[in-house]
Design a protein around this ligand. Structure first.
Ligand code: FAD
Length: 258
């Protein structure tokens, strides 16, 4: 049942952590932006301080949830995940209790359509996220194929507190190295600092700090459902069409985490 090993964890805050997971069968091919199910049995311990399960779980039954892959498909030793602890949740308090060497379930099949596969090389990318919704974009920017000539890539990341700005050093470094890359961040519950504003991430789009054109740019939005609905509404007013099976040409791509 358990078919993977946690080989590394990095704690960003007590409620935000990066897990490196080595599947027994090795890392399969995937496209940046895709996700897998991770799981642990009901018998796995919850991290201290996260309380009890709301309803009793079967000890032998896996609790599974979807997690976007943060590593590049070029990385073959492990898959990286960026996870937020939901104290009242069923799986994340168990993931939060894991230590390197511990076993877990990682679905062998990678799935998801929140990818740049259908974006033409000359179109730019505006990648909007809250919290761990940043993970699929980390996978994208770590993958050399994303960086086509003439394309600009912009990441917008909104969090509550400064300490929640995971991957900030990597993104600031990338901004130094690549003139075609920009990184904007907001904190909603703390004073602004450096170039990080106070407010909600979608304000960068609404006030024109980050400009978008449905003919030239694909907009990806990932994380908190309320933020996604807000961005979708404002992008549709600008002429964007939401990408779906029915509208595969749509240049507005949405991935709601809950
Ligand atoms: C395609 C996809 C990819 C995902 N990728 C990631 C990822 O990379 N990283 C990640 O941390 N999560 C990701 N999620 C969310 C993840 O699947 C779980 O829902 C989340 O980790 C909570 O699991 P849980 O069992 O602890 O809580 P549950 O028992 O499932 O949830 C309890 C309640 O908490 C709320 N909730 C769920 N997630 C959050 C959250 N992040 N913040 C606040 N409230 C929440 C919901 O209302 C839910 O009803 C993804 C979800 C989807 C659909």
């Amino acid at each position: 049942m358990l078919n993977a090993t946690l080989i590394k964890r990095e704690d960003i805050t007590p409620e935000l952590f990066i897990l490196s997971v080595e599947p027994d069968g090795g890392v399969t091919d995937f496209i940046p932006g895709q996700y897998v199910a991770l799981g642990l049995p009901g018998s796995a311990p919850r991290v201290a301080g996260s309380g009890e399960d709301e309803k009793e779980l079967r000890p032998d039954r896996l609790v599974k949830r979807a997690y976007s892959i943060g590593s590049s498909p070029r990385q073959k030793d492990a898959l990286e995940f960026y996870v937020a602890l939901v104290n009242e949740g069923s799986l994340t308090p168990r993931l939060a209790a894991l230590a390197p060497g511990d076993r877990l379930f990682a679905a062998p099949k990678v799935v998801g359509t929140f990818t740049c596969s259908d974006v033409s090389d000359d179109q730019s990318l505006v990648l909007v996220s809250t919290g761990t919704g940043l993970a699929p974009y980390i996978s994208m920017v770590r993958t050399p194929e994303l960086w086509t000539a003439g394309r600009s890539v912009t990441i917008l990341h909104g969090v509550r507190y400064r300490a929640d700005l995971g991957y900030r050093d990597e993104l600031l470094q990338l901004q130094e190295e690549r003139p075609e890359f920009s990184y904007f961040a907001t904190v909603s519950r703390e004073d602004p600092f450096e170039d990080v504003r106070r407010g909600y991430v979608q304000e960068f789009l609404k006030d024109g700090t980050v400009r978008t054109d449905p003919e030239k740019d694909h907009v990806f939005v990932c994380g908190n459902p309320a933020m996604i609905e807000d961005v979708e509404e404002s992008m549709i007013k600008k002429g964007y069409v939401t990408n779906s099976k029915k509208n595969p040409e749509g240049s507005l791509h949405l991935e709601k985490y809950w």
